[in-house]
Structures are given as C-alpha cells and as structure tokens.
Design a protein around this ligand. Structure first.
Ligand SMILES: NC(=O)c1ccc[n+]([C@@H]2O[C@H](COP(=O)([O-])OP(=O)(O)OC[C@H]3O[C@@H](n4cnc5c(N)ncnc54)[C@H](O)[C@@H]3O)[C@@H](O)[C@H]2O)c1
Ligand SMILES: O=C(O)C(=O)C[C@@H](O)[C@H](O)[C@H](O)COP(=O)(O)O
Ligand SMILES: [Zn+2]
Length: 354
C-alpha cells in the first residue's frame, strides 16, 4: 500500500493507494455514530457490497444513491440527499462516505461541508479521475450557468483509494481520468510527462502495473500545490490548467455529455497553443497531439461551435477578473503562469482547433 500525506491549513490527512485496502476503512469507522454512504447507481450495482462488508457490524448505515455521472451534481440531488440524511437521523458525529467518481466526491463532500454546518467525510474514489477530485477539498455542484459554481473548500478525514475498483471502468472513463494524470505531468514534471508519453501507447495500456505509481505521482503534484495554497488565492490555480476552455465546453455540451477529461484535454491543447504564442513555450506540440490522438482523444472543436458562445462561458470562469478570463499557461513544461488573455488571440487560437 502506498501513502501520500496531505497538509493543508485547515486539516492534515492521508491518502492510501493500493489493492485490497478496505481494511483501512473498517478500523477507522468505529469512531463515528452512523454512516451515510453516498454512491451512484453504477457504483452501487458493481461494488456496493464491498463497502457494506467493510462497515463494522455495530455501526448503523444508510445508503443514498444518485443517478450516475454529472447528474449527481445538481441542486435537486443535493437537496434530496440532505433531506434523506435528516430523515434517517444523520447527526454531527456521523460520517459521510463518498463512494464513486469525482461527481459523487464533489456532491457528497458538499453535503458533508454544509449538513448541520459540517460533518466528517471520507473519500473512497472509484475512478482514475478521482485521484484528482478526491484530494484537496474542492467540493460542490454545478449551476446551469457554469461548472462547480456552488461549493466549498472542505477536506476529507481520509482518502482510501482501493485500486481494484478501476478494473471495471469503461474505456471512455479511463481516457477521461488519464487526462488529469497528463495535466499533473504537464504542470509539474517534464520527466513524468516523458515517462507517460514513452510508456502509454494505447488507452488500454493505462490499466497496468504502473498505474498506481502514476496516480501517486499525480496526487503528490496536487498535494504540494494544495499544501501551499488551500483556498486558491494563488498557485492552486495551476491545477486548473486546461479547465477554462474545458469547463466551457462541458457546459456548452450540456453537463454529462462531454466527460470532464474530454473537456480538459481539449482545453490543455488550447492552453498549450496559447502558451507557445504568449509566454514562449518551447514544446513539440505535434508529437503531443499525435500521442493523444493514438490514445483516442478528440481535441478538435466542432466547426459548428462558435467562439462567441464559448467566450461567454469562459468569462464566467472562477479565475476571471473584471470579466476577463485568466488562463493557466506554461512557460515551459512544469512551469505554469497565470495570464489574462485578450479576445483576438483567444478567438484566433480557438479557430486553429476547429
Ligand atoms: N474536486 C476536485 O478537485 C475535482 C477534480 C477533478 C474533477 N472533478 C469533478 O469530478 C467529476 C468527474 O469525475 P469522474 O470522471 O470520476 O466522473 P463520475 O463520477 O461522473 O464517474 C464517471 C462514470 O463512471 C462510473 N463509474 C464510477 N466508478 C466506476 C467503476 N469503478 N467502474 C465502472 N464505472 C464507474 C460512474 O457511474 C459514471 O457514470 C466532474 O464533475 C469534475 O468536475 C473534481
Ligand atoms: O483542485 C483544484 O484546484 C483543481 O482545479 C482541480 C481540477 O482538476 C478540478 O476539475 C476542479 O474541480 C476545478 O475546480 P474549479 O474551481 O475550476 O471549479
Ligand atoms: Zn479537473
């Protein structure tokens, strides 16, 4: 079992990564009065019994199941989950288990952050993408006008990343999650990026003996940044590389129609193009694009998608200042910088991708 320690201003906790590690959950649940297990329909169907078996017999538990995917991150589901918790008697000494991918982690974490002004929660991620979402304490839901527009910074008590769950992921979700691994490499570590580009030649190869190491390295990148700036007053924004356009494309497609990783991969190509134009990035983008195409990523923007429509969405990004989008660009691989970008450059670069 691997371990990464997270130190933030509000809380320190550990991320455990490995196969068959649910024992670590069993012993930690003893201190809570009751368990609210929050999961989605797919994870419930595939894996619920593994968690139920890890809850000590003397502890009462209740299961709240959401629709799968991004549909879990709505005001309606949030309210419904709070109502459920109240009806079944979840109290301040209870714990919420967020059992699923990033959508469940974000929703359940936000319920935990706000229920009775905050109760404990534990992240039990089941997707590759959730190596990112389960760590660092960003929790929240979407608003029809933008991604993650309502939320909090609220850290879990512990993250238990049982990698057995990753074996049931469909290819599309492997691809989505791997995009955030690539992001961590791009913003922090050229050697990590080279290793990924040399060793992963098809999306199927992502699920390999090396995957736990890649997830750990991604989490270490995130841990370092979150340790410096928990509430995103500065460097934490680097973790948003590729997200200004990515989130806009997700919103434009209707939440859930484009996966988060699909949006982020397009957004990263856009940010790399902008970085070459504006901050002197020296990077073989053609090789990178060849590689991601071999892995099955679609980075082109459909020609029917208009810049002006997407720009309206990008302006609403949480990094914007005075209605002007701010981008995370790379001066070199591993060297991010925050830059406000003018509309003509954004437009011209956008149409280079369509
Ligand atoms: N809080 C953060 O720091 C952070 C970071 C990155 C992404 N996010 C958010 O995370 C969400 C994306 O997370 P995600 O990609 O994990 O998506 P997700 O939670 O929607 O899961 C994707 C799909 O995979 C299914 N699934 C989950 N685990 C499975 C398994 N083991 N086997 C088979 N199917 C499984 C789900 O039911 C769902 O249909 C987005 O909402 C994004 O905004 C948050
Ligand atoms: O942890 C962070 O900080 C990130 O930005 C990680 C992102 O991968 C993640 O998608 C996050 O939810 C985006 O946050 P937002 O503030 O842009 O909504
Ligand atoms: Zn993300």
């Amino acid at each position: 079992m691997e371990k990464v320690a997270i130190f933030t201003d509000s809380k320190s906790y550990e991320v455990f990564i490995g196969e068959d590690i649910l024992d670590s959950l069993h012993m930690r649940l003893n201190k809570y009065s009751k368990v609210l297990l929050v999961t989605d329909e797919t994870v419930n169907r595939l894996h619920l019994n593994t968690i139920i078996n890890s809850i000590p017999e003397r502890i009462d538990y209740e299961v709240y199941t959401t629709p799968s995917g991004e549909k879990a991150k709505t005001f309606k589901v949030y309210e419904d989950c709070i109502s459920f918790a109240l009806k079944v008697g979840i109290d301040r000494k209870s714990v919420i288990l967020a059992f699923g991918g990033g959508a469940i982690g974000d929703l359940a974490g936000f319920v935990a952050a706000t229920y009775m002004r905050g109760i404990a929660f534990i992240q039990i991620p089941t997707t590759i993408l959730a190596h990112d979402s389960a760590v660092g304490g960003k929790v929240g839901i979407n608003h029809p006008l933008g991604k993650n527009m309502v939320g909090a910074f609220y850290q879990p008590d512990i993250v238990i990343y049982n990698t057995n769950y990753l074996n049931t992921l469909p290819v599309r979700q492997i691809k989505s999650g791997f995009a955030e691994v690539v992001k961590h490499a791009l913003i922090a570590d050229v050697n990590f990026l080279n290793e990924l580009m040399n060793h992963v030649q098809s999306i199927e190869e992502v699920i390999s003996d090396k995957l736990p190491t890649y997830l750990k390295r991604g989490i270490e990148v995130k841990a370092k940044i979150v340790g410096l700036d928990e509430r995103e007053s500065g460097v934490r924004a680097y973790l948003n590389f590729g997200h200004t356009l990515g989130h806009a494309l997700e919103a434009h497609a209707g939440f859930g129609n484009l996966t988060h990783g699909e949006g982020v991969m397009c957004g990263m190509v856009y940010a790399l193009l902008l970085s070459k134009k504006l901050v002197g990035l020296d990077f073989d983008l053609d090789s990178f694009i060849n590689w991601i195409e071999r892995l099955g990523y679609q980075w082109k923007i459909p020609s029917s998608t208009q810049f002006d429509t997407i720009y309206e969405l990008m302006k609403r990004d949480k990094k914007s200042v005075a209605n002007k989008p701010v981008f995370v660009l790379l001066k070199s691989i591993g060297e991010p910088v925050l830059t406000a970008v003018d509309v003509p450059v954004l437009r011209e670069t956008f149409y280079m991708m369509s």
